[in-house]
Design a protein around this ligand. Structure first.
Ligand code: ADP
Ligand code: MG
Length: 368
């Protein structure tokens, strides 16, 4: 009979890390979200060999104080959450303190950081696979933080091979995700560049900061895309009796907002797009990019009843009270549990019908 014994800490850390950082997209998502949480208004995302050699995210946020160097990449160490009750009202993307720890276990990660008052004297930190600080070096850099990730999945050979084999698909997912952050963040100057193994670095897209989502769409998808869109600004009334907290079911619901707003842009019924591609249908919850298949389905179904041959471009930010959803469902935070989703979808369906009913179906002559 085999004996039951405890797995050693290092192995546990590696197993769990693989659930937080599941693919190339998770690396990019975690690093960009950390930069936004740090209050950056300028984020530069750089890849080498589509991320197989390097993923680097540089920001001009608040930086990391020297007192936190030892704990920054330790598991379950975060500056964003201290008790479970805080999850319900969080306004940061991160809260688990797992991303940097996981990256240490699955790649070679360095962090270069500089507090505003110390610029241009920055510190470059390197780490053990456990997340323990290995060493520090003084280097020159502007205020903010740069996280560099090399040799992703080097110690998970099967996953590394899969990543290399599916790099084209993974890369498309990464770009689609970056498009989403760049599109929704109006106060953020965003730049994404890639350097092939041989050849020069190419800027793939950039936004200007201090912009509107309309400006961002023009910068990312082109002016032609924008001309086919109408503004989306729907207010959905939720039945007060059904609005209660996901996290604290006994909470007094009187203070919880009963309105949900959906803001963004959608294709005019007469000016849809050729085929339905996920990267041109973007959904957010309070500015958090997320896959919402049921919302996408509702949009597409309603749109089809006005234009049976094309699909819509969609950028829709669902703005609701933080007590109406739960992001703490999966380790990679991609699944979001929406309270009263069915009621929301029903109201969305009728609001979209009203919107499209009020649209002029003819294409403006200036665009023919
Ligand atoms: P979480 O985001 O859940 O807190 P992470 O592992 O992603 O966990 O980050 C750990 C901590 O490191 C954060 O709480 C934050 O204090 C700090 N940190 C990470 N990235 C940055 C950054 N770009 N700028 C400033 N601080 C950062
Ligand atoms: Mg984080």
């Amino acid at each position: 009979m085999a004996t039951i014994k405890q797995i050693d800490g290092r192995t546990i850390h590696q197993i769990q890390s693989g659930q937080v950082i599941v693919d190339l997209c998770s690396v990019v998502k975690e690093l960009v979200e950390n930069s936004i949480d740090a209050g950056a208004n300028n984020i530069d995302v750089r890849f080498k060999n589509q991320g197989l050699d390097l993923i680097e995210v540089q920001d001009n946020g608040g930086g990391i104080a020297p007192a936190n160097y030892e704990s920054v990449a330790l598991k379950h160490h975060t500056s964003k959450l201290s008790t479970y009750a805080d999850i319900g009202s969080l306004d940061t993307f991160g809260f688990r303190g797992e991303a940097l720890a996981s990256l240490c276990a699955l790649s070679t990660m360095t962090v270069t950081t500089c507090l505003p008052e110390d610029a241009p004297k920055a510190t470059k930190l390197s780490f053990e696979p456990s997340g323990k600080l290995k060493g520090t070096n003084v280097v020159a850099a502007q205020k903010g933080t740069t996280v560099s990730v090399e040799k992703l999945f080097h110690n998970l050979p099967v996953r590394r091979k899969e990543l290399e084999r599916n790099i084209k698909r993974e890369w498309n997912k990464v770009i689609a995700l970056l498009n989403q952050y760049a599109c929704i963040q109006t106060n953020l100057k965003f730049s994404v560049s890639q350097q092939p193994t041989k050849g020069k670095r190419i800027v793939l897209f950039s936004t200007k900061g201090n912009a509107t989502t309309k400006d961002n769409i023009i910068n990312i998808f082109g002016a032609k895309t924008m001309t086919g869109l109408v503004p989306l600004d729907l207010t959905l009334e939720m039945q007060p009796s059904s609005v209660s907290s996901v996290l604290q079911p006994t909470v007094d619901t009187g203070s919880v907002s009963t309105q949900v707003r959906i803001v963004g842009h959608v294709s005019r019924p007469a000016q849809g797009e050729g085929r339905q591609t996920p990267d041109r249908q973007m959904f957010f919850i309070n500015g958090r990019p997320c896959g919402l298949p049921q919302f996408a389905k509702t949009f597409n179904e309603v749109y089809k009843s006005y234009n049976s041959t094309q699909s819509p471009f969609i950028m829709a930010d669902i703005q609701l009270d933080t007590h109406m959803y739960d992001v703490n469902v999966s380790p990679d935070k991609r699944t979001i549990l929406l309270h009263e989703q069915n009621q929301l979808l029903d109201s969305l369906r009728s609001a979209l019908n009203d919107l499209f009913d009020s649209q002029d179906y003819s294409v403006p002559t200036s665009q023919l």
